[in-house]
Write a protein that binds this ligand. Sequence first.
Ligand SMILES: [Zn+2]
Length: 326
Amino acid sequence: MQSVEAANMLFRSLRLLRETPIQIMPVRLQSNATTRVNTTANFHFVPVSDPADLQDVEELQDFVSTSKRLFVITGAGISTESGIPDYRSEGVGLYARSDNRPVQYADFLKSGAIRQRYWARNYVGWPKFSSFSPNISHETLSGWEAVGKLHWLVTQNVDSLHIKAGSRKVTELHGSAARVMCLSCPSVIPRTDMQTRIKHLNPLWHAESQEMAPDADVFLAPEQIAGFRVPECEKCGGILKPQIVFFGDNVPKPTVQYVHKMLEESDAMLVAGSSLQVYSAYRFVSAARDQKKPIAVLNIGPTRGDKLADLKVSARCGDVLPQIHL
Ligand SMILES: [Zn+2]
């Protein structure tokens, strides 16, 4: 049965790719470099799902067509088709495949050994993590911004794929793995610079790993990490941390306030590829309900927001979003 579903899914995605005019297009990065949209969707970390119900797609089409200032929240489910795993999906998420768990903020702060482990593992995972490309869903939402449909986009992902796809009206709610901040001074450096500094500090150190988490973390044995040296802030000697909201930490208040403002200016909310298990995103769905704004949820499987939603579509983002026409 699963192989039939997989074949249906593949057939459908191939048909969509053929019918979609934007298959390969250069995307301008902030650095003015160019990348290419990932056209060969990678289903390795995508939960098995049925093709989207046609009536559901029509209802979502009406939902999007009616909105003039759409607010969109995305989560890991929009990036799984780029080859990045999520945490929670049944069977394919990190929690289902591995005992590996993300670092807790308090542990990172108090323990030099944990920071050494974090940076050694992240250093190994970064080349692959930073090479992932946006997929057709990121590209579709970028197109919605370009024609004025989208008022604001909020993502829980730290993979920068919306930025790579050209979205600019976007808040990265949990930060970005592409930046590194000092905990003692205002210094922020590109993640690529951190990679260079680590390499200089550890010229003979080398490790490899196959498993990868949604934040570039990989598994390494303790003996692989021994001797790894972690750079300090060049300006003040402080602790360096990716500009990511770790588990156990909070989204900065000004960010939350800004997103609430963008939500108030919007007239409808679409959740795409998130189970909304994390409160930092769920609170905006709850606020949209309080403001009596229509809510649609597009996600494989149940979400914490289903009971608040006017419309639920249980399917892949990459199956549904390109079918919506503006
Ligand atoms: Zn500093």
